[in-house]
Design a protein around this ligand. Structure first.
Ligand code: COA
Length: 344
């Protein structure tokens, strides 16, 4: 029997129009463009400033053009998964809210929370529903409004993060393309280095938690940096060995965009020349679940059917891993000269 695989059948990105540049941050905290650029590679981030807008709105803005360009009707979608760490609300899920705004009625919907590894966890989860034959058209929303949980008085974190989102369509295929393998790992003992102190059931919101500024990202950057390099390069190596892939066999590596130095270290440890490593952190910062979709969307026109692609990510949890896929469609024809990332 021919093996059914889940293939990415389309992608589109969205970032809000407002920019937060290094020059802006120099006015807000004790930092400099030189420090931010040399330590992280970031020059600017997009920030969602419109009142009463959240991840579901960014999801809708990424998904509508995706459905249009892939000729997909909302009635075809039978599963919606949203990868986010900044859900609109604690509940209901942002997947439910996004599906409602898009008019999707025939799908079941849920969120995946795996911090910056959310997209690779979600693709792997979604692929199982497709491979089993139970689902045929999966909409993945992957993004974050990081500005909602960043302390803009904390120079150690506020220079890193931005807002952004992607939408991907997954469909069954039997032509040998699609998601072929994944190595996903987690280590909850890493929580001490990257977490939000309050707002969950452990420490519900109170006057005290607000006064203590505990509703923001806390990060001890050094240990996170080290584990990110180890986790991403280690799982890339595992997936490559398991699938008999040499660096030359891989068309593109798509790393989570956390820090340019992390990306360059991972590429050099796995022997990938930077020309085949997607990197756009300079213009978007770390958009958490948005980074890999924004890269894939931006590079869509270069992607060819049969290209071997490796996605790799690391995030809070700790969570990390790598996914191996063979690209399904001719990206140049699908993008048709249109902008792959909407900005408004
Ligand atoms: N501007 C100027 N100085 C800053 C600064 C800023 N924005 N942020 C920190 N510093 C200072 C620190 O206070 C420290 O000063 P000190 O030596 O006087 O105490 C010095 O710079 C070095 O700080 P350190 O935290 O050791 O810097 P770093 O080289 O590790 O870079 C990160 C910090 C956050 C950029 C880096 O650790 C990192 O990227 N970590 C991983 C982050 C990540 O991937 N997070 C998401 C998970 S996916």
């Amino acid at each position: 029997m021919t093996q059914i695989r889940a293939a990415i059948a389309g992608i589109h990105g969205y970032v809000p129009k407002d920019l937060l540049t290094n020059a802006d941050l120099e006015q807000m905290v004790d930092t400099s463009d030189e420090w931010i650029t040399s330590r992280t590679g970031i020059k600017q981030r997009h920030i969602l400033k419109e009142p009463n807008t959240a991840v579901s709105d960014m999801g809708v803005r990424a998904a509508r053009p995706l459905l249009e360009k892939t000729g997909t009707s909302v009635d075809e979608i039978d599963l919606v998964i949203c990868a986010t760490s900044t859900p609109d609300l604690v509940f209901p899920s942002t997947a439910c809210l996004t599906a409602d705004k898009l008019g999707i009625k025939n799908a079941f919907c849920f969120d995946v929370m795996a911090a910056c590894s959310g997209l690779i966890y979600t693709l792997t989860t979604a692929s199982k529903f497709i491979e089993s034959g139970s689902h045929k058209c999966v909409l993945v929303i992957s993004g974050d409004k990081m500005s909602s949980i960043i302390d803009y008085t904390d120079r150690k974190t506020c220079v890193i993060f931005g807002d952004g989102c992607g939408a991907l369509l997954l469909k069954p295929t039997t032509d040998g393309t699609g998601i072929l393998d994944a190595e996903l790992q987690s280590d909850g003992s890493g929580a001490q280095y990257l977490h939000m102190k309050a707002g969950g059931s452990l420490k519900p919101a109170s006057h005290e938690t607000v006064d203590a500024r505990e509703h923001f990202v806390f990060q001890d950057g050094g240990p996170v940096f080290k584990r990110a390099v180890q986790g991403m390069s280690g799982t890339l190596r595992t997936v490559m060995q398991r699938n008999d892939l040499a660096a030359d066999d891989v068309a593109w590596v798509v790393p989570h965009q956390a820090n340019e130095r992390i990306i360059r270290s991972v590429a050099s440890m796995a022997d990938f020349p930077m020309e085949r490593v997607m990197m756009n952190i300079e213009r978007y910062g770390n958009t958490t679940n948005g980074t890999i979709p924004l890269c894939l969307a931006e590079w869509e026109k270069h992607l060819k059917s049969g290209d071997n692609i490796l996605l790799t990510a690391f995030g809070g949890g700790f969570t990390w891993g790598s996914v191996y896929l063979k690209w399904h469609y001719d990206g140049a024809a699908a993008s048709n000269g249109q902008t792959p990332i909407s900005v408004f």
